[in-house]
Design a protein around this ligand. Sequence first.
Ligand SMILES: Nc1ncnc2c1ncn2[C@@H]1O[C@H](COP(=O)(O)OP(=O)(O)OP(=O)(O)O)[C@@H](O)[C@H]1O
Length: 281
Amino acid sequence: MVNLKNVTKRFGAKTVVDDLSLTIARGELFGLLGPNGAGKTTTINIIIGGLLPDAGAITLQGSGSPQDPAIKRLIGIVPQSLAVYESLTAYENLNFFGRLYGLQGSELTSSIQRVFELVNLTDRTKDRVKTYSGGMKRRLNIAIALLHRPSLLILDEPTVGVDPQSRNAIFDTLRNLKAEGCTILLTSHYLEEAQQLCDTVAILDEGKLVAQGTVEALIALHGGQSILTVETSKGKSRIETHEPVQEIVRIHAEEPIISLKMESPSLEKAFLNITGKHLRD
Ligand SMILES: Nc1ncnc2c1ncn2[C@@H]1O[C@H](COP(=O)(O)OP(=O)(O)OP(=O)(O)O)[C@@H](O)[C@H]1O
């Protein structure tokens, strides 16, 4: 669906995307991950044709160019900053943006109904957007991007500043869209969220691709061992193991366990092991 080959982008003397190659398969939920300033938004802007790379090539849908209007129509974009009219109701917002997409009549009405259901806002359609929480505004922004039924949805940091309830609603929306066959690309610096949601991830650091693969494979390769903190009558001990269940059974057979904490291998640990850095807000 999306193919980047040796893409480089510089701003002045600074190389912001550095020889980046990646492939996003049709129907995949793909996470482009990395700390602030890693080059995620710049990469998205290149994919949607808003920026031209200094080197390399991007193709969409086989051999399509991001500059081609027919290709652009396949893409829905949810930018990092909200683009909704606060003084209008949610319905009026969708009605306005739907017309911009060229929808009208029953097609527009059914699209509006469909996207309200997808983002789970059907009970608040008549409320002015200024009465919405930040998370609800973000969901409305997603609804707008879905009006024209894109086959590729791109979301830039969709859960930043979002309350947990809206975050879960956004996750449900993305899972439902994926089940319908939509390809989804999202950026995030929340590795825990990406671990829950994504099939495949690419990790960027200072514009360079430092790892790419399925979440399971990256965790298995780089996520480290499980860490057990076990308390028995003999005291507390910290154990690193690839076989936590067997280890717990073994300890318990020797000495009853009073308390137990287990830290599983994670994408966060994989990032730390690959880059030597913690990824924090
Ligand atoms: N138009 C521009 N001109 C100059 N520098 C830019 C421009 N756009 C981005 N940058 C710089 O490029 C680097 C990468 O920015 P980018 O927004 O792509 O990163 P990001 O990974 O999306 O970060 P964030 O999570 O903060 O949005 C940053 O150092 C940023 O300051």
